[in-house]
Unconditional design. Structure first.
Length: 197
């Protein structure tokens, strides 16, 4: 499997992103210096796509597949794309506060810590539906790793489309998120323009 090895803060700087959107509380003091170059329209569109891919940890081919799926769905393609990305299991685990970063959430899912409606799911790209109950397996709840995670991420604000019970490490998807509920700084219309060329 392809893994992105680029340092997170360096990538955040180049995309003009705050590391807090990825769950990192580090700050980069260095500024990105660009020699007064005006970015082309294509450059802006490409940067928005790279930003979305980087935030959600999705590579090019799966991202294109999400776009095609969003295009076939009813409604606005850009909004559908963001909803699909937001309803990935690794992202939901991160949003519920069961992981410090999306990368860690992906690992938690990979290592079979997570059950969806009582069944173990180890596919980070699994798309959750409204009414799904996501919880940490009982045998893993007492592990030192989960205690450390909850200590750090437990106080994080949970979006309104999710319901979380931190005591029992359990969360419910109340509904799929609309665009207003997603606080990711991506202009999805530019992504749609890029792919519809």
């Amino acid at each position: 499997m392809a893994v992105n090895k680029v340092p997170v803060l360096k990538r955040c700087r180049s995309l003009g992103l705050e590391p807090s959107f990825l769950g990192y509380d580090k700050k980069s003091n260095r500024q990105l210096r660009r020699a007064n170059k005006k970015m082309s329209e294509y450059g802006l569109q490409l940067r928005e796509k790279q930003k979305a891919k980087f935030i959600y940890g999705v590579l090019e081919k799966p991202f294109r597949n999400y776009y095609k799926k969003a295009d076939r769905m009813k409604g606005m393609t850009g909004t559908n794309l963001m909803t699909l990305l937001e309803s990935r299991l690794d992202n939901v685990v991160f949003r519920l506060g069961f992981a410090r970063t999306r990368r860690e959430a992906r690992q938690v899912v990979d290592h079979k810590f997570v059950t969806v409606n009582g069944k173990v799911v180890n596919i980070p790209s699994y798309l959750v539906k409204a009414g799904d109950v996501i919880e940490i397996k009982e045998s893993r709840r007492g592990s030192q790793r989960m205690k450390d995670i909850i200590e750090v991420a437990g106080g994080r604000l949970v979006p309104e489309w999710l319901d979380v019970d931190t005591e029992n490490l359990q969360g419910t998807v109340k509904e799929l998120p609309s665009r207003e509920m997603i606080d990711v700084p991506v202009d999805e219309m530019l992504i749609v323009e890029l792919y519809s060329k």
